[in-house]
Design a protein. Structure first.
Length: 121
């Protein structure tokens, strides 16, 4: 089965034309190679496809006759995509000492000395 058809059949992309555009743009790889849309997909090959902001890694298990229901996709493609890394809550990754509340204005002379002492200045 053609790569663009396979990507559409296993529901990576919503349409074949979107799959073709993604392949031509270099968002799809088989192993380490950038394929063409008409390249045949064989069982056992690893296909990585960027869809939106995620990169999905799929192992081809077979070729369906046409687009399959979402519950039947595991028969034709094994999803090897690692789980997404949870994002940090806002402000957790920033140093708290150097943050000032919004609207607090400029640091006073005393606060400035404390900041300089902490930073080693």
């Amino acid at each position: 089965m053609r790569l663009d058809q396979w990507l559409w059949c296993v529901r990576v992309y919503k349409s074949r034309s979107i799959a073709v555009e993604a392949i031509r743009a270099g968002h799809v790889r088989i192993g380490d190679a950038e394929p063409k849309p008409a390249r045949e997909v064989h069982p056992g090959e690893l296909v990585s496809a960027r869809a939106g902001d995620r990169v999905r890694i799929l192992k081809a298990l077979g070729a369906p006759r046409s687009r399959v229901a979402a519950k039947d996709v595991p028969q034709y493609a094994e999803d090897l995509t690692p789980p997404p890394v949870p994002a940090l809550p806002p402000g957790l990754g920033e140093p708290q000492l150097l943050r000032r509340p919004r609207g607090a204005g400029r640091p006073t002379k005393r606060e400035r000395r404390q900041i300089d002492g902490f930073l080693g200045g």
